[in-house]
Design a protein around this ligand. Structure first.
Ligand SMILES: [Zn+2]
Ligand SMILES: [Zn+2]
Length: 289
């Protein structure tokens, strides 16, 4: 299949993944991927030590502080792999990215961090809301329907703040809260009630020349089985004139590299998108789908 691109993956420089960058890259090569990015986590509410924030390390194993150290390791390893692949004349274009979490918690820090010249690509994501647990750890079954609705409302308002800031390249996995709420806890919500705020987010993104990603990780969840965002929301983005679209598996293991990309490509074509994007040196490049 032509144009197999995967621009969202995690190496052992992300707290929730354990494979070296080179192992992930080798998996991408084996799967015939032509453009591949490692986008390790860097959470803006956990960049410094727990002492800096005046909190204690949480009981959740993935909520570690000092993300600054992981960022540095990721940049070093990505850069070394890039050089090696260039020397080997490899068929794979490898890009050094970041998944910037919760930029809304510290826009100043976010801006100085993503000014790093080693970065090709910046995905901005929201994994957590202020004064709430990471979406992965919320006990959704303790919430009634009204409370779930408010939680989703809060999520989309935070996304809107992120879009108004708009210094990233693409907005990561829009509707991510559903990965846990629906995909894990089995609690569903009528997402069309949020189409208005989603349109407002898209307006901001399109106006500032930014884009969104299609994240295929939801296809791997039995209870969810859709991309983040799904067909209908991508359709709205297309209708509104959104053109910048990247695609990523959000793989944390070599097996998941490239997972769901062919299916998502078919969906994108069906909606009417003509191009996919990848970013190099923070510049978008368009390729036909
Ligand atoms: Zn994420
Ligand atoms: Zn991710």
């Amino acid at each position: 299949m032509k144009n197999l691109i995967d621009l969202h993956s995690h190496s052992h420089n992300s707290v929730d993944a354990k494979y070296p960058t080179e192992t992930m890259i080798n998996a991408a090569i084996k799967k015939g991927i032509s453009i591949y990015a490692i986008t390790d986590h860097c959470e803006m509410n956990r960049y410094y030590s727990d002492a800096h924030y005046g909190v204690k390390q949480s009981d959740y194993e993935y909520e570690t502080f000092d993300n600054a150290a992981d960022f540095e390791k990721s940049m070093k390893e990505n850069t070394a792999c890039k050089l090696k692949l260039r020397e080997e004349n490899a068929n794979l274009k490898f890009l050094s990215g970041i998944e910037l979490g919760q930029a809304t918690f510290d826009f100043g820090l976010s801006e100085s961090l993503i000014a790093d010249k080693r970065l090709d690509f910046v995905i901005a994501s929201i994994h957590q809301l202020k004064n709430r647990d990471d979406f992965a750890f919320i006990k959704y079954n303790k919430y009634n329907d009204e409370q779930l609705f408010s939680l989703c409302e809060e999520y989309f308002e935070e996304i809107k703040k992120l879009c108004a800031w708009g210094k990233f390249d693409v907005l990561g996995h829009l509707t991510y809260i559903l990965r846990y709420m629906e995909g894990n806890a089995g609690r569903t919500i009528n997402i069309s009630l949020f189409y208005q705020v989603i349109r407002e987010c898209f307006k901001l993104i399109i106006h500032s020349g930014k884009g969104i990603e299609v994240n295929t990780s939801g296809l791997r969840q039995k209870k969810f089985g859709k991309t983040f965002p799904d067909f209908n929301i991508l359709h709205i983005y297309h209708e509104m004139g959104g053109e910048i679209l990247t695609i990523g598996s959000d793989s944390h293991t070599p097996e998941d590299v490239g997972a769901g990309i062919p299916e998502a490509l078919e969906m994108i074509k069906e909606i009417g998108f003509k191009w996919l994007c990848y970013y190099e040196n923070r510049e978008p490049h368009f390729i036909g789908v």
